[in-house]
Design a protein around this ligand. Structure first.
Ligand SMILES: [Fe+2]
Length: 294
């Protein structure tokens, strides 16, 4: 059938940078419903850490259907930022309607791997750019596999078998109920509410077997057994490797882009949205239900 062949030739994956990312162009939702296209997408997520599907029109229901083929979409913890009909979708937005924010204002404007401060973070994140400016609000990505590869050999030796201590406490904002607490009291309260979690610093990808670095400054308290100087040296080294412009992919959004990344092997950071510009993204966090092996 000539029409079918034409469709197949239009749908194609291309590597974005040598280090991270594959881009799928020419695909519709119906293409992604085909097992051979979806399997190729999953393969690229595992090999390339991040897949960008350019300009794909999706309803919220279709986004959840796609997410469900990767694992189990998890409803966002804060119910007021959930999509009104689909609790699995978290609305990330700076838009205000009838004096009420329609979603959570942009978070994650620092380099991180998603939710490393919990014991078993959901392994995939999926974003759909519902209303996105192309001129700001970019998302930066770097591969944790590539970051590990570029560690100096002496650091690879030094970090082997080490444990990272992860915490969300550094990123918590002072809320009204904290007014009046001293900095030390606020820190103590944050740590009681969100106790630190330990993960091996170097892990191996379950699918590819490749080693990757797990952790960075903003979600980490430190490295077990390191003193303050060694910890700072580690953070500075890792910041430099993650942010090396030669190795970073900057995603400049176009309307309806769909991004899927592996949370464990992908560092990313949000950038600011220019004043007066609306931006709305639908986010789904996806659990695998499988035990996480070190
Ligand atoms: Fe994130």
């Amino acid at each position: 059938m000539p029409g079918r062949r034409l469709r197949e030739t239009l749908v194609k994956f291309t590597d974005i940078t040598p280090y991270i990312g594959a881009e799928l162009t020419g695909a519709t939702y119906q293409d992604l419903e085909r097992p051979e296209v979806f399997d190729e997408l999953v393969r690229n997520v595992h090999e390339r850490q991040l897949v960008v599907v350019r300009s794909i029109e999706l309803t919220a229901k279709q986004q959840i259907a796609l997410a469900s083929r990767l694992g189990r979409p998890v409803p966002f913890v804060i119910s007021k930022y959930r999509h009104p009909e689909f609790p699995e979708i978290m609305i990330s937005s700076n838009e205000v309607r009838n004096d009420k924010p329609i979603g959570v204002a942009r978070v994650g404007n620092f380099w991180h791997q998603d939710s490393t401060f919990v014991a078993d973070p959901a392994p995939f994140t999926m974003l759909h750019g519902v209303n996105v400016p192309g001129t700001s609000g970019h998302t930066l990505f770097a591969s944790a596999v590539d970051v590990y590869d570029r560690l100096p050999e002496e650091w690879k030796r030094k970090l082997a078998d080490r444990t990272g201590i992860h915490t969300v406490a550094k990123r918590l904002r002072i809320r009204p109920e904290h007014v009046g607490l001293s900095a030390a009291e606020f820190k103590a309260q944050a740590e009681t509410e969100h106790p630190p979690v330990r993960h091996p610093l170097v892990r191996h990808d379950e699918v590819t077997g490749r080693p990757y670095l797990y952790g960075s400054r903003e979600y980490m308290e430190g490295v077990a057994g390191f003193d303050a100087n060694e910890t700072e040296e580690f953070f500075t080294l890792v910041d430099g490797l993650i942010q090396d412009p030669e190795h970073v992919y900057t995603h400049r959004w176009t309307t309806n882009d769909l991004l899927v990344w592996k949370t464990r092997t992908t560092y990313h950071a949000a950038t600011d949205v220019e004043p007066g510009v609306n931006r709305t993204v639908h986010r789904v966090s996806i659990e695998s239900g499988e035990q996480w092996a070190a």
